[in-house]
Design a protein around this ligand. Structure first.
Ligand SMILES: C[S@@+](CC[C@H](N)C(=O)[O-])C[C@H]1O[C@@H](n2cnc3c(N)ncnc32)[C@H](O)[C@@H]1O
Length: 141
């Protein structure tokens, strides 16, 4: 049987909670992807803890982020086009997803499952109020 890496998925509400996971979960061996870096603040925070961080964002804030953080590896890419992300050639073991906290839970789950399947990371931190609420209402019975 294939040896699967167990993936911990942490839904967070709000940027403060999202960023607070960084010192707790990221360490100097990690190769991290952030999907949706906006102005690059969280990607820059991750860079202080990780071995490597790469950020992708499809929005125009990309241009500000590359000027603000010239040392970060940032790409203007759509996270749903995972082939372009795979083409970057990194084996990301931890993934941060923030494609806007008010996105529908279906879109959020779609991207979470897409990256979980493609990279088999050990951790996905996702900023989504709806997903956090849904998970808090779940029980194994
Ligand atoms: C709330 S902001 C991210 C804030 C950032 N993570 C931080 O902590 O400062 C959401 C970002 O997601 C980006 N975004 C939305 N859909 C995306 C997609 N499909 N692929 C890549 N980026 C996306 C937007 O362009 C926007 O910059």
């Amino acid at each position: 049987m294939e040896n699967q890496r167990k993936c911990l998925i942490i839904p967070t509400k709000g940027v403060k909670e999202y960023r607070a996971t960084v010192p707790k979960y990221i360490n100097s061996h990690d190769i991290v992807l952030e999907i949706g870096f906006a102005w690059g603040t969280t990607t820059n925070l991750i860079a202080q803890y990780a071995k490597k961080v790469v950020g992708i964002d499809k929005g125009e804030s990309y241009w500000t982020a590359v000027k603000t953080y010239p040392d970060l590896e940032l790409y203007k890419l759509d996270g749903f086009r995972i082939d372009s992300v795979l083409d970057l050639g990194y084996d990301f073991n931890k993934i941060y997803i923030d494609i806007s906290g008010c996105r529908s839970i279906f879109q959020v789950m779609k991207i979470v499952l897409m990256y979980k399947g493609a990279f088999r990371p050990e951790l996905i931190v996702v900023k989504s109020t709806q997903l956090k609420r849904f998970v808090s209402e779940c029980s194994l019975g």
